[in-house]
Design a protein around this ligand. Structure first.
Ligand SMILES: *[C@@H]1O[C@H](CO)[C@@H](O)[C@H](O)[C@H]1NC(C)=O
Ligand SMILES: *[C@@H]1O[C@H](CO)[C@@H](O)[C@H](O)[C@H]1NC(C)=O
Ligand SMILES: *[C@@H]1O[C@H](CO)[C@@H](O)[C@H](O)[C@H]1NC(C)=O
Ligand SMILES: *[C@@H]1O[C@H](CO)[C@@H](O)[C@H](O)[C@H]1NC(C)=O
Length: 392
């Protein structure tokens, strides 16, 4: 970029952001739970996914129920793609090439995605695209905290839809808004017994937020890097398939890992298509960590250490040993509120307060999930961020 362009860009960013100041931040919230008021848009319904069914039939009840919302979401993505490449060539490419890629996906993901396309009547390539999105565009906040009694609590805001269509009239992200009706809680069962639970978007077979009761809780946050997800996905399409899709790894860990340590090891050591942060919580004192991943390896492991005063770990979308990007600092406000809460007063309730404080809560926040491994609790809430509110 030339100097002039940099100046123009800076001016543009400043002008765009100026309308959102104040407030970048607000006082730590205290009375948000049970969820109420304008930041709470509604509860989240439960569905069962029966793992004993063949993969292509597992999602049928859910897709049948939510078909209209899914179709309407995919239409928004189509419109955005057409606005971007007006000839319609982009969607044509998706419809032609991505179905070929689906066949290269491992089981059960291949058949699950095919089943969802059949059940919804949406072209296979577009369902595949919907499943790829989260590998590259998820910005969030996750926290694992240990209370004074040694219970582990895990909370997260899922922020999604950055740069995907800003609705100037409504001051909201079009895709983020469309995703809200697609948020569901899922109970994955085998022999009619819960194996794990998750908060998910309908039509998506990977996992961003989940719990295996009495063993561990897990969330994934996007990690931006020059060697980012785009390259890994391109390599996959070109035939180099030794890396794993990030959200397929989280799903298979939730489905198969037998302990916190087992999960920690799988998340740290499996080769990935995209860099990521995994935030893992357990059942016993000290079991909580942030795993910072490059595609190849684990770059850093930050564990809870109550003796050292580290009774919680909090992760947004920046390496914890670096400063966050100055226009997107959700870490400092998040940590300020955690510190104010103190270990003596941390609970599902106060964790929700932290996750309800702007800009930890922002225009991209679609849902907040709270988990407690010791009794298998997973509860989630659809969020709204009324103006004035940061766009991210
Ligand atoms: C603990 O948190 C609750 C809920 O936010 C708050 O009302 C209460 O004042 C806090 N207690 C202390 C000792 O900080
Ligand atoms: C504006 O946003 C709300 C949700 O915040 C949505 O229900 C409504 O349909 C949107 N209006 C328009 C015109 O997009
Ligand atoms: C599965 O378990 C639930 C309760 O956990 C029960 O209501 C339901 O009848 C069971 N279904 C079958 C097929 O056994
Ligand atoms: C929160 O407390 C920790 C531990 O005392 C400290 O390292 C950190 O700088 C504090 N952060 C903020 C934003 O207050």
């Amino acid at each position: 970029m030339s100097r002039f362009n940099v100046l123009l860009f800076t001016a543009f960013v400043s002008a765009t952001c100026a309308q959102f100041i104040p407030p970048f931040t607000e006082e730590c919230r205290t009375d948000m739970y049970p969820p109420n008021g304008p930041t709470f848009k509604g509860g989240v319904g439960w569905y069962t996914v029966d793992l004993d069914l063949p993969p292509h039939r597992r999602w049928t009840p859910l897709i049948t129920d939510k078909k209209n919302d899914l179709v309407s979401m995919i239409q928004v993505i189509r419109d955005l793609a057409t606005a971007f490449v007006p000839s319609g060539r982009l969607i044509e490419l998706v419809d032609l090439t991505l179905p070929l890629m689906v066949d290269t996906l491992p089981d059960p993901f291949k058949d699950e995605i095919k089943g969802i396309a059949l059940d919804s009547g949406i072209p296979l390539g577009e369902i595949a695209l919907f499943n790829i999105f989260y590998e590259v565009f998820t910005v969030c906040t996750s926290v694992v905290a240990e209370d004074a009694a040694g219970n582990l609590l895990h909370g997260r805001n899922l922020d999604f839809g950055l740069f995907m269509g800003w609705d100037t009239k409504n001051k909201s992200w079009i895709v983020s808004e469309k995703l809200k009706p697609l948020v569901v809680n899922l109970d994955f069962r085998r022999n009619n017994k819960t194996v794990f639970k998750s908060t998910n978007f309908v039509g998506y077979v990977g996992m961003l937020t989940g719990i295996r009761p009495h063993l561990f809780s897990l969330t994934m946050n996007e990690r931006f890097s020059l060697d980012g997800g785009y390259i890994g996905i391109l390599e996959w399409i070109l035939g180099q398939r030794d890396g794993m899709w990030m959200s397929f790894l989280t799903r298979s860990v939730l489905e198969n890992a037998t302990s916190y340590d087992d999960a920690r090891k799988l998340l740290a050591q499996t080769k990935l298509l995209a860099p990521a942060y995994f935030i893992l919580g357990g059942q016993q004192s000290g079991q909580g960590c942030i795993i910072t991943r490059s595609r190849e390896l684990s770059l850093d492991l930050l564990d809870l250490n109550v003796k050292l005063g580290r009774w919680y770990v909090l992760q947004t979308n920046y390496d914890h040993w670096e400063e966050p990007f100055f226009l997107d600092d959700r870490r400092t406000p998040g940590m300020t509120c955690m510190n104010k809460t103190t270990q003596n007063n941390i609970s599902i309730k106060t964790l929700y307060n932290v996750l309800s404080t702007k800009p930890v809560l922002n225009k991209l926040t679609t849902y907040t999930t709270l988990m407690r491994v010791s009794d298998g609790t997973l509860e989630s809430y659809i969020r709204d961020c009324p103006n004035p509110c940061m766009p991210w």
